[in-house]
Design a protein around this ligand. Sequence first.
Ligand code: SF4
Ligand code: ZN
Ligand code: ZN
Length: 308
Amino acid sequence: MKCKRCSAKATVQLRSHNTAFCKPCFVFFFQRNVERSIERERMFTRDERVLVCVSGGKDSLALWDTLVSLGYPTEGLYLGLGIGEYSAASERKVTAFAAARDLPLRVVRLEDEGDGLAIPQAALHTRRQPCAACGTFKRHYFDRAALDGGFSVLATGHNLDDEAARLLGNVLHWHVPYLAKQQPVLTPRHPKLARKVRPLYRTSEYESATYAFLRGIDYVVDECPNSHGATQLVYKDLLNRLEQAMPGAKLAFVSDFLRQAQPLFAAAPDSPTGECERCGMPAFGDVCGYCRLVAEIERRRSQAVAHS
Ligand code: SF4
Ligand SMILES: [Zn+2]
Ligand SMILES: [Zn+2]
């Protein structure tokens, strides 16, 4: 098979796009697709500083690499979740990536922050699944870092597979408020919150893994130990089987939703307007979700001590 762009021998076949590329042309295709997503969705301009949340995995590092190659001013943000060897290995990959390319990186570790709570403790002291607590912590610390650093844009490496799995879950349970917020760009109304963007929302996991490999990006291959048995993986498996039988199904599912159905759900946008009386970050009520979680952990911790 020949490369669609230059007719050299193709090495990367993309069934979902019914096309194939040689190595350099695939890198060009990948970066061009990300740039088109940024421009089409008006995610940000070259004048805005972008804080890129990097986990050490292939997607976020491929995203950071692409944004740098395209000339966007970026800074990386690594949030250490305190999940044993997984977090230690992830931090090593991120710091090595940034150092090798001389890129600015912010490192925030949950254990070192004010509340000193990492994900395992948060899950232990509440009835929440680790991933639920993790989502709350990530939102809080990502927003906080963007605010502290004066960034107007916060980018994450969620890819097409993530978006399709999230959409399937939201549709299966008809989570209307979540469907209203499922967009590649979220512009909160509160001035303390940065715009949240997902430039890889049309890029499959296979494409970002291939890109990372071709660009020589050394990423953490092991998944977080808490991801085992996660419902998201069941949805991803289902969607992969669908994609196998119908190449392009994932992209059509997500892009048709965004074009045709999402505007109907988004008719009443939902964004916090008040501020948390404990930490000062935007909140729907008097106290934000993060501070409610911390209070719950502290309450359960002291109950446990009282009963011991
Ligand atoms: S799998 Fe769960 S706990 Fe692990 S990083 Fe993802 S959300 Fe956090
Ligand atoms: Zn080519
Ligand atoms: Zn708060």
